[in-house]
Design a protein. Structure first.
Length: 371
């Protein structure tokens, strides 16, 4: 089928709120439409109607789930293929799995785009529930070798189709004069325990001992904001830390254009788009070496990788980047080169091949051992 004739139901979260998967879903929809594909968006986080339902726990789940299932059923009558953005935990059970079963009930091809750094823990707990759905999928695509290995260990074959970065928006700020005696450090992760912003704050406190004029922006929202603000005061760095809240994807390039280094302190991760955005913006990255991150960047080349939960090592790496001009410059150059691998023009052919395989009825989701 020519790509211009293809009709896809793209199932996933949409902004607001902004976030890695929501931004990727919206960006993918835009790029597919520009390529001539007919896309019907099926959001898993549609606004509650009436709005006050969103404040009533339990009841709000029903008010979101029933319209979602209705939309899935009717979309399946209009499209050729379901492209489902999937994650671990309740997101899988409530949104991804129903989309797979409804599509198959209506005789449609299914591609699942699985992501999330907690996949292994989720599968350990719930694989007996997940496996029957996985076996009905035509093609599973994952953004990294990390997830490929997790699925392979359970006898499911996947294809790697990387996340996409918009290189027309995330670009280096060559006109800005860097003042590394007062460096701007940024963290762009939500304020949740998984992303361990406490380690970033502690590392920043250590950096300030050596570089007193350093300042930090934490861009994200979440339940730990009050705790982190209190910690900044306790550490004596509150005057140098900005809690910017959730910055939408449209304005993220501005943050990176004003940054000198980006931190990723997460305790579990797959292929964080925030790292790719920093690299494409010419910003050196210091990250924990968890999950899929060593598959995404190479230590001492495109990033510096440190153990999770270790503010001393993170601060040491930050100071290395800021004090070693040769290291910093080659990290910027290698990072920019690496980011081009995730441009749409590099990814689209792999994605369209996966679509073709799904539509042709390929069954590459499980090995003979796992059937």
């Amino acid at each position: 089928m020519p790509i211009q004739d293809l009709k896809i139901a793209l199932v996933g979260p949409l902004p607001p709120p902004a976030g890695g998967m929501a931004n990727q879903t919206w960006q993918l929809a835009t790029l597919l439409k520009q390529a001539g594909v007919k896309v019907e968006l099926v959001p898993v986080n549609a606004p509650y109607r009436p709005r006050f339902i969103g404040h009533i726990q339990g009841l709000r789940a029903i008010f979101r789930l029933l319209p979602y299932l209705f939309h899935l059923w009717h979309a399946a009558g209009r499209v050729d293929l379901f492209h489902i953005m999937a994650n671990s935990g309740w997101s899988w059970h409530l949104f991804a799995a129903p989309a797979v079963w409804i599509a198959k009930l209506r005789g449609k091809a299914v591609l699942v785009n699985y992501r999330g750094g907690e996949a292994d823990d989720f599968f350990i707990r719930a694989f007996a529930w997940v496996k029957p759905t996985l076996k009905r999928i035509n093609i599973i695509i994952v953004p990294s070798g990390f997830l490929e290995k997790i699925f392979a260990s359970r006898d499911f074959i996947t294809r790697i189709v990387p996340n996409i970065i918009d290189l027309s928006r995330f670009i280096p700020n060559h006109s800005r004069k860097r003042n590394l005696s007062a460096p701007h450090i940024v963290v762009a992760r939500n304020l949740e325990p998984l992303y361990d912003n406490t380690t970033a704050l502690k590392a920043f406190h250590i950096v300030r001992v050596t570089i007193p004029d350093a300042h930090l922006t934490i861009a994200g929202s979440g339940p730990e904001r009050a705790k982190l603000e209190a910690m900044a005061k306790e550490l004596g760095v509150a005057d140098a830390v900005v809690f910017a809240g959730q910055i939408d994807n449209e304005h993220m390039p501005v943050l990176y254009r004003e940054a000198d280094i980006a931190l990723n302190p997460s305790l579990a991760d797959n292929m964080p788009i925030s790292i790719l955005e920093a690299l494409a913006s010419g910003v050196p990255v210091v990250s924990t070496d968890v999950g899929g991150i060593p598959f995404l960047v190479k230590d001492e080349k495109t990033a510096l990788l440190v153990p999770p939960g270790n503010p001393e090592k993170m601060a040491e790496a930050v100071l290395r980047v800021l004090h070693d001009e040769s290291l910093r410059e080659h990290m910027i150059k290698d990072g920019l080169d690496h980011a081009h691998r995730f441009a749409w023009k590099s990814v689209r052919n792999e994605l369209f091949l996966a679509y073709k395989m799904a539509l042709d009825g390929a069954t590459l989701t499980v090995t003979s051992k796992g059937k």
